[in-house]
Design a protein around this ligand. Structure first.
Ligand code: SF4
Ligand code: F3S
Length: 157
């Protein structure tokens, strides 16, 4: 079994994102699992482990193409009526979802543009709320919202 460092070094990066996601799943097991382990050790450890996550910005609102969900190796996308969010602790920052979104709605937390900064807290709050309510993560692509193509054009894609 490999480690996160091996995946991060590029050992598994010379392929497409779906294959990368599968490789990541095999190599990293679950970031949530690793984080639960750390959480059980100390709250301080979980704070340092959860340095960042990936964020679905409001560019997703009105689109919900859902291409992103099928490549996520740890099933951390949750669905609202008009957009998706990423659970902040479950995301392992593998980056596989970023290239899948037709409107480039997903950013690493550190790279979120200024205009979308509020979306960081929104993802965290809503991701936790939805998961804690018992709703399953979305893992299968579904039809986008009826407004998706118009919204995509509006966003310049
Ligand atoms: Fe899932 Fe994207 Fe986070 Fe990877 S970066 S774990 S694909 S949400
Ligand atoms: Fe939204 Fe893009 Fe995923 S529009 S549902 S973040 S593919």
């Amino acid at each position: 079994m490999g480690t996160g460092n091996e995946a991060g070094s590029g050992r598994f990066l010379n392929t497409n994102s779906r294959e990368f996601a599968r490789s990541t799943k095999m190599c990293l097991q679950s970031g949530a699992g690793r984080r639960r382990l750390l959480r059980s050790r100390s709250n301080l450890a979980i704070e340092s482990a959860t340095i960042m996550a990936h964020i679905v910005t409001s560019k997703c609102v009105g689109c919900k193409f859902t291409d992103c969900v099928e490549v996520c190796p740890v099933a951390c996308f949750y669905e609202l009526d008009n957009q998706l969010v990423i659970h902040p602790e479950d995301c392992i920052d593998c980056t596989a979802c970023v290239a899948e979104c037709p409107v480039e709605a997903i950013y690493a937390e550190a790279d979120v543009p200024g205009e979308f900064q509020a979306n960081i807290e929104f993802n965290a709050t809503e991701g936790r709320r939805i998961k804690d309510s018992g709703q399953e993560a979305i893992v299968k692509k579904k039809d986008p919202l009826p407004t998706a193509e118009a919204r995509k054009t509006e966003l310049g894609y």
